[in-house]
Every structure is written in structure tokens, then in C-alpha cells.
Design a protein around this ligand. Structure first.
Ligand SMILES: [Zn+2]
Length: 335
């Protein structure tokens, strides 16, 4: 990417980068692509601490809070990954010992990621639907991080939330779909693999819960939830990144290892002058190999870091009230 003498990214080079990302966005990397595939969960243990200022970082977490509190930044683009859902109990289907892993063991799966391969799906869709049963909307609940992002939206500070997660917890927290880019798809809708008709995911809830492979009511073809499999195009909404990342005045990245392309490259798509805040267990991606002077890094437990930011923003009570209100709604739906 071309840099001007001042080190700033020109508008032209941003558009060029965005164009490359758009091309890269056409296909998800497969297992042979050398990158990690769709990640459901990473551990988020570890103790809070050691974030904030380092010699290279001029801004602190407090400064970021101030930028938000004073609305100096109000076009916030957020990127999230599996690390924000771990506190909701979302299991890693690749981890021996998790219930989901045990459930999948009964099938003859060559390797765990095969459940996201179309060839294997057409051979045997049952393992995928075991996962679908686990992750269908309603089973898990949003946590503090999801509701913090909802509060960002309520305060009209959220430009867009890009998620790699397929658990639907961003929707469940009440963030409108128009503010979301679910880069790896969701269970909210499903498509017939034969006639390509689209249906609400809810239409097949009873089938999925009863361990039946859902069939198209029109042509009887197998219906597949709109989760992005290897080799499938990303959702058209992913192209919103071309405008969103050029407009962003703050980039928040939470709970992601930044290992999955094309998602990972987006972390570098904001202008150089735009502060980037990483809240994560570890230092990852371009924050490690190509840090910027405007980077803020808060390492450790994601929930504790989010709570610290919320505290600095003075939103703690408001967040608690929101969580209580929304939890009450979800309790009502369960009854
Ligand atoms: Zn059909």
C-alpha cells in the first residue's frame, strides 16, 4: 500500500486496499488455505492487567473513553470474534471435553472443520445440524460485552459491528440487523440447497431441535442455515466495509485472534490517524506486527477490560440497567 511522505494513507490507497479486500472477501479460506477457519470459541481466561500505555502507545484506555464520552468519536466500527462469546458459554466444537465435541464424535468426521464443507454436508448433514441445534437462537445469552456494544448503538456511536461469530448474540442483544455485518453468516435465515428459496431460520426450529434434517417445503431439498461454508461467498453486506472503514473515526477490536481472512486485514483498513483499541487476551494481528502510534491495547480478560472501559465512560449504571431490562425480556420469551 502506498503511503504519502507524512505516513498517512491517502484516500486513493484506502480505496485500493478496500478493493483488494472486497476481492479477497469473495471466498472464505478453506482448511488448505493456511489460515484458521471459522472459529467458534477461544479460551478467554487469564487475568486482567498489563494493557494501556506502552512506550509506543500515546493514547490510553482513558483517552479512548474520553473520545467516546465527549462524542469526539462517533463513527465507531467494531470487530469481534469468538472471545466475546466465550463468557456466554459458547463451546468450542474442536475442544475435547466440551459437550459439543462429544456429540460430534458419534459421527465419522474426518476432521472437525469438515462440518463447514459443502462436500461433507451433502454426504452427511447431521454433524452440522448437531452444531446448529447447539447454536440456534435462544440457547445462549448475550453477555456484558454484547450489551456494551448495544449501548454504543443506543448512544448513536456505532457505525457498524462486524462479527465473525455465528451465535447470533449480537442480534439477541438488541442491536438492529442494519448495524451488523455477520461475516460468517447466521442461523436467522436458511436457504434450500436445491431451489435456493430463502426461509426464516425459525421455520425449521422444530426440525433442528428434534434432530431432523430440515427439508424445503416446496421441493423437499435439504435446507441449509445461512452459515458461510468454506468456498462460499461472504454475505453481500460484507462489502459495506468499503465505506465503513473509510468513514470510521474509532476502531474497536474485541475477542478475536485476527487470524481469519479476509476479516483480519480489515483491522488495517482504517486511516492511520484513526485510533484502534484492541481488547483481547493476547496481542494479535497487525497490533503485533505493524503497530500504529494511535493504537491502544488492553490485554487480559475481555469482560473485565470492557467493564473497565465502561467504568471510565461512566456508563456502569446504565449498562447494568440495560442488562437487567434485556434479561427480563429474554426470561419472558423463555416462558
Ligand atoms: Zn427447495
Amino acid at each position: 500500500m502506498a503511503l504519502d511522505p507524512l505516513g498517512a494513507v491517502s484516500q486513493q490507497s484506502i480505496m485500493a486496499l478496500s478493493g483488494r479486500l472486497a476481492l479477497a472477501a469473495l471466498r472464505l479460506w478453506g482448511p488448505g488455505g493456511g489460515r484458521r477457519p471459522i472459529s467458534l470459541s477461544v479460551g478467554a481466561s487469564g487475568s486482567f492487567g498489563c494493557g494501556g500505555n506502552s512506550e509506543k502507545v500515546k493514547l490510553s484506555l482513558k483517552d479512548v473513553a474520553e473520545l467516546l464520552r465527549t462524542r469526539a468519536c462517533r463513527r465507531v466500527v467494531v470487530m469481534v470474534g469468538a472471545g466475546i462469546s466465550t463468557p456466554s458459554g459458547i463451546p468450542d466444537f474442536r475442544s475435547p471435553g466440551s459437550g459439543l465435541y462429544s456429540n460430534l464424535q458419534q459421527y465419522d468426521i474426518p476432521y472437525p472443520e469438515a462440518i463447514f464443507e459443502l462436500g461433507f454436508f451433502f454426504h452427511n448433514p447431521k454433524p452440522f445440524f448437531t452444531l446448529a441445534k447447539e447454536l440456534y437462537p435462544g440457547h445462549y445469552r448475550p453477555n456484558v460485552t454484547h450489551y456494551f456494544l448495544r449501548l454504543l448503538h443506543d448512544k448513536e456511536l456505532l457505525l457498524r459491528l462486524y462479527t465473525q461469530n455465528i451465535d447470533g448474540l449480537e442480534r439477541a442483544s438488541g442491536i438492529p440487523v442494519s448495524k451488523l455485518v455477520e461475516a460468517h453468516g447466521s442461523f436467522a435465515s436458511a436457504t434450500c440447497t436445491v431451489c435456493r428459496r430463502s426461509f426464516p431460520g425459525e421455520d425449521f426450529r422444530a426440525d433442528v431441535m428434534a434432530d431432523r434434517v430440515p427439508c424445503c417445503p416446496v421441493c423437499t431439498g435439504v435446507v441449509k442455515p445461512d452459515i458461510v461454508f468454506f468456498g462460499e461467498p461472504l454475505p453481500a453486506r460484507f462489502l459495506l466495509h468499503v465505506a465503513d472503514f473509510a468513514l470510521a473515526d474509532l476502531l474497536l477490536i474485541l475477542g478475536t485472534s485476527l487470524e481469519v481472512e479476509p476479516f483480519a486485514s480489515l483491522s488495517e483498513a482504517v486511516q492511520k490517524s484513526v485510533p484502534r483499541l484492541l481488547i483481547n487476551r493476547d496481542l494479535v494481528g497487525s497490533f503485533a506486527y505493524s503497530p500504529r502510534s494511535t493504537d491502544v491495547v488492553q490485554l487480559g480478560d475481555v469482560v473485565q477490560s470492557v467493564e473497565r472501559l465502561v467504568d471510565l465512560l461512566g456508563w456502569t449504571q446504565e449498562l447494568q440497567d440495560l442488562i437487567q431490562r434485556e434479561t427480563g425480556k429474554l426470561d419472558g420469551q423463555d416462558r
